[in-house]
Design a protein around this ligand. Structure first.
Ligand SMILES: Nc1ncnc2c1ncn2[C@@H]1O[C@H](COP(=O)(O)OP(=O)(O)OP(=O)(O)O)[C@@H](O)[C@H]1O
Ligand code: NI
Length: 359
């Protein structure tokens, strides 16, 4: 979560998670929705990767694909999800159950979806400890109390005997985080974990995640609509639009020098560049289209102020925004920026035809 981490030598190590050319689609009676359409990105240990985009852009489906929790009629069609060197798409359902809530944990927007109302908070944490770390009895109780204390729940010894409904919203989300930590994960996937909370509680939860990350060297994938939250928590940011990652850059670079017209649009209307938590995405006229056909064009073109003829005929692939760009890519025909537009369009046409990005 610290900005300095982007220059961390750790970054050259093998990534903790590597998503490669992932495609996930929903096969409805009416159409095929290409919810996640050929995306690639990495997460390193100790790094927070933010995923931002308007509603329907594919953020949650990305998270659920990594966890192999895509509901029917959805299906992962292509790609690799390499976690600590192994492809999760090759794991059996049983192996996946061990990994979920084991080395990869997830925190959702609504803590009540993760907590069972009929068991005490303590029992739920202890169940997690039993399943994933083989702990039981007084050892598990002690660990459960310690976890609740670690996430800042006061009077933890008493509160482990309480039920979820006896906790406030913020305390419930802390309990969910404690439950996630009970399995000692290496990767935490957070899908809008603070959206339902008021701003003060939200700030506390973000701070908590940052502390836990530092202590445990957690890799975090953080999904949000909120550019202000992204500015606060992310080391690197992937901007999603209609199933694709249209821009990816270290957080400071993205805010100082957004390259994709979509990102520029998102950031433009935010006063003070959206550096305060609680700032929502700027509204760009129009809606995210449902990605229900093969992209042979730029999906953002209909809303793009910089649109030109080729945008309707050539599908942009992620390219380095400039020759000396470090780790900054955009899927837009205007880049690489040194090239004349026609040459740049050719790069996208050729790369697109090869079916790969240029990483
Ligand atoms: N079960 C489903 N059946 C059919 N389509 C689905 C299903 N789940 C998601 N989709 C579609 O996949 C696309 C991506 O949805 P997703 O939930 O990932 O968006 P999101 O970026 O998380 O949006 P939000 O910010 O609203 O949570 C959308 O077009 C959505 O309608
Ligand atoms: Ni979502």
């Amino acid at each position: 979560m610290s900005v300095e981490r982007t220059a961390d030598p750790e970054r050259t190590d093998e990534p903790l998670l590597s998503v490669e050319n992932l495609r996930t689609a929903f096969y409805t009676d009416k159409e095929v929705i290409r919810a996640v359409d050929d995306i690639s990105f990495d997460i390193h240990r100790g790094e927070t990767v933010g995923i931002v985009g308007e509603s329907g852009s594919g953020k949650s489906v990305t998270a659920r694909s990594i966890m192999r929790l895509v509901d029917t009629p959805g299906r992962i069609d292509d790609g690799r999800i390499v976690y600590e060197g192994e492809d999760l798409l090759e794991k059996t359902p049983k192996q996946m159950r061990g990994i979920r809530g084991g080395s990869i944990a997830m925190v959702f927007q609504d803590p009540l979806t993760s907590l069972n109302p009929v068991y005490t908070v303590g029992n739920q944490i202890k169940e997690s400890l039993r399943l994933h770390r083989g702990m039981s009895g007084s050892e598990a109780t002690r660990e459960a109390v310690e976890l609740l204390e670690a996430v800042g729940i006061p009077d933890a010894r008493r509160r482990i005997r309480e039920y979820p409904h006896q906790f406030s919203g913020g305390m419930r989300q802390r309990a969910v985080i404690a439950m996630a930590l009970a399995c000692d994960p290496d990767l935490l996937i957070c899908d809008e974990p603070t959206t339902a909370l008021d701003v003060t509680i939200q700030a506390q939860i973000l701070e908590l995640l940052e502390e836990l990350q530092e202590e445990r060297d957690l890799g975090i994938m953080f999904i949000t609509h909120d550019m202000g939250v992204i500015a606060e928590v992310a080391d690197r940011v992937n901007v999603m639009y209609a199933g694709e990652i249209v821009e990816s850059a270290p957080v400071v670079e993205l805010f100082e020098s957004p390259k994709h017209p979509y990102t520029q649009g998102l950031l433009n209307a935010i006063p003070g560049q959206g550096l305060d938590a609680g700032e929502r995405l700027a509204t760009i006229e129009g809606d995210v289209p449902t990605p229900n056909e093969e992209p042979t064009y730029c999906r953002f073109a209909p809303r793009c102020p910089k649109e030109f003829e080729d945008c309707r005929q050539v599908h942009p692939v992620p390219v380095d925004v400039s020759e000396d760009a470090e780790d900054h890519r955009a899927a837009c025909l205007l880049y690489p920026e040194e090239l004349e537009t026609e040459e740049a369009v050719d790069v996208h046409r050729t790369e697109g035809a090869r079916g790969g990005d240029t990483r």
